[in-house]
Write a protein of this length. Sequence first.
Lengths: 187, 187
Amino acid sequence: MGNLMRALEFSRAEIGRVLKGGDRALDATCGNGKDTLFLAGCVGPEGRVFAVDIQKRAVEETEKLLASHGLAGRVTVLQRSHEELLDFVPPPLQAAMFNLGYLPGGDHGVVTRPESTVKALEAVFSLLVPGGLVSVVAYSGHPGGQAEVEEVQEYLEGLEQGGHSVLHYRFINQANHPPQLFLIEKL
Amino acid sequence: MGNLMRALEFSRAEIGRVLKGGDRALDATCGNGKDTLFLAGCVGPEGRVFAVDIQKRAVEETEKLLASHGLAGRVTVLQRSHEELLDFVPPPLQAAMFNLGYLPGGDHGVVTRPESTVKALEAVFSLLVPGGLVSVVAYSGHPGGQAEVEEVQEYLEGLEQGGHSVLHYRFINQANHPPQLFLIEKL
């Protein structure tokens, strides 16, 4: 695939540029825990990461991965819907990551839905500090995926430019629906 | 505008990652010479840059800018149409930059046209080494600009994915038509 950064790779590069030791970050869809592990590394021993997933299996996988890296102590893993973020994640946040679609290796019937994704994004924006960054990696290949990408994009396009800066990063000549990235900075 | 890299800034960051001392690069629309100067810095004293513009004023501005930085010796500046690139730029190239639209401060009636841009892109791809990178910064705010963006995008979307990887990088919630970037890597 060459030297240009894939969507997931670029999201981590940019989130990693923003996060400093002692910061607070959220993995809004922890899935197999890889983004949570990345965030836990970024915020260091004085930082805190919140990792959320609606599926029990995702929470267990994430806890296992963190424990195997000795990083469980800096992460709060919660089996909750990210729609209810404000009930259990206190401000401030410096960064948040979303990975839409279904859990790899899990139940493909359990997917993120645009309504709840948009609701969770609104909640995250209210927790974010100025200069804070949110990444949304979205997939259009599974049933409902393209509609979700379009609804999320429409919502993000409508954000007032004085409040947020929204970057869309995607490869446009690939046949197999590669993931695409939205990066939102709170101004 | 925050911490996320603007289109032009990101194009230079990625071109700068690819170019090494001794490489050969092309500024296909040298305009005021700023990209040419950037490329001349990247390729070092052993490298070579070709800078092309159809307008006399652009060529003069570019030569002046290079001279003021003592870098004229590593750049060939040519007042030609980039449609005829193959007549005066020999292979190989490691990178090329396009900046579409009109010359800032110049005649706004003289703009790049999609047919000649696509022809120049085809020529550049034939000169590029594998791993080489082409940036196209495109503007949709001037008359004909949006049509040019769409034609260039359609051409790039049609490139076979085994031969090139095409990234589209743009801000989607800005009112004032910010420039958008296409980055093409030859595989």
